[in-house]
Design a protein around this ligand. Structure first.
Ligand code: C5P
Length: 408
């Protein structure tokens, strides 16, 4: 039986490309069912899609007497994926905030399907903080974005916002439908978030990590079929679904949690910001205000460096958040901590890194390779990190090194 995909077309000049997209997807053996917003009908007609797909189009208006009253519920039954292409700022905003003011949006909210979106809009619209926040929120909830790319836009401007080309969108859909479980059988341990060290029962010492990067690694690994354990410190983001969750708030709790889970993992991605120091004697009661106070800090153990000593065939990946000489500093940590790879971020930039939904990184491997990961959502960066970690894991299997840590 053919896989069914719902293609949601919205009101953009790129709407005409959705016709080619529908044909391409059908050419890959998929059954394509099209839903159109009323704005989409200003650019291309439902008849075009009915002719191309051989089936009725779900239109935005309310059903007329005699028409199927539950079309917004029944339309998507049996489908595997919803693809919004082109996706306007309007539909992304509405979907991010649960607006269901027509049949197409109601269908999207009711379908329970994985959603992919190929945005298309003017550069300034795309870069608007509200649009970026909506995209980030949707990405966090699992919507997969394809594009946009840069180029000449219909408005006459040049820049980011052009819908990704039809071949690329088709390939991304086929990957999502077919090849998405490429990490099945792998056990991935991820740490995320910022550790906090108590000063007294009220106050703590911490850092600016939001946990978004580690959450993205855990989410994408689970989506790609891996068995995932997430050791999470303080997180300012949604916790991913489908992972075994262990909470570890202090550096020492994280050391214990990672130590426990490490023997049963194949890949460790250590994205947590572990506190380098802890307060030697946290106060039992809230410390009263004084003109000055000092804290005795002691060094926390380096978790990565200690587990990497006994890694056997496991792949161990670290992150380095640097503000200067980031490549040299990252390379030094790769060697000093005996890692297979390190993901280096320049956290002096405000548009990526801490708290952001986007990242840009340089990935260095033990065998001297260097890969630049261009600015993208943290989900995309997570996929690039997982691609590399899985490749090293597969290569390690051929080498048959003894397992140093005890596997169970
Ligand atoms: O803090 P630093 O830059 O050395 O962190 C680099 C990597 O080492 C990160 O992946 C971090 O999670 C890890 N780390 C650790 N234990 C620490 C400090 C950092 O595992 N005590």
């Amino acid at each position: 039986m053919k896989d069914t995909i719902i293609l949601v077309v919205t009101g953009s000049v790129a709407g005409y490309k959705a016709a080619e997209l529908a044909r391409n997807l059908a050419g890959k053996g998929l059954r394509v069912k099209v839903a159109m917003t009323s704005a989409a009908e200003k650019f291309v007609t439902p008849l075009t899609f009915e002719a191309l797909t051989g089936g009725p189009v779900l239109r935005a208006g309310f059903p007329q007497p005699g028409e199927e009253p539950m079309a917004h519920i029944n339309f998507s039954r049996g489908a595997r994926l919803a693809l919004i292409a082109p996706a306007t700022a309007d539909i992304l905003g509405k979907l991010a905030h649960g607006v269901a003011d027509d049949s197409v949006l109601s269908m999207l909210l009711a379908c329970g399907l994985p959603v992919m979106a190929a945005p298309a809009m003017n550069t300034q619209m795309y870069k608007h903080p509200a649009v970026q926040a909506n995209i980030a929120l949707l990405a966090e909830r699992g919507v997969e974005f394809v594009g946009p790319t840069s180029g000449a836009l219909a408005c006459g401007e040049e820049g980011e916002g052009k819908m990704e080309d039809v071949e690329t969108i088709t390939a991304a859909v086929m990957k999502r439908l077919g090849g998405e479980r490429d990490l099945a059988g792998m056990r991935v341990l991820v740490t995320a978030g910022g550790c906090r060290e108590p000063i007294d029962p009220v106050r703590y010492m911490g850092n600016r990590s939001s946990g978004k990067m580690g959450a993205a690694v855990a989410r994408m690994a689970a989506r790609r079929g891996a068995q995932v354990t997430l050791v999470a410190a303080h997180m300012e983001t949604h916790l991913p679904e489908g992972v075994a969750l262990v909470r570890a708030y202090t550096g020492m709790e994280m050391r214990d949690a990672v130590g426990d889970a490490f023997p049963r993992c194949d890949i460790l991605v250590m994205a947590a910001a572990v506190t380098d120091y802890r307060v030697e004697h946290p106060a039992g009661e809230k410390v009263k205000k004084k003109d000055s106070m000092s804290l005795d800090l002691i060094r926390n153990p380096d978790i990565l460096a200690s587990v990497a000593l006994e890694k056997g065939n496991r792949v161990v990946a670290g992150f380095a958040a640097e503000t200067e000489d980031h490549l040299a500093a990252g390379r030094k940590k790769l060697v000093a901590k005996n890692l297979d790879m390190i993901v280096i971020n320049d956290v002096s930039r405000g548009d990526i890194g801490f708290g952001s939904d986007f990242n840009e990184a340089t990935l260095l491997t033990r065998d001297g390779r260097k890969m630049e990961i261009a600015r993208a959502t943290k989900d995309s960066v997570a996929n690039a990190v997982l691609d590399e970690a899985a490749a090293i894991w597969r290569a390690n299997q051929g080498r048959k090194k003894p397992e140093a840590a005890e596997a169970s």
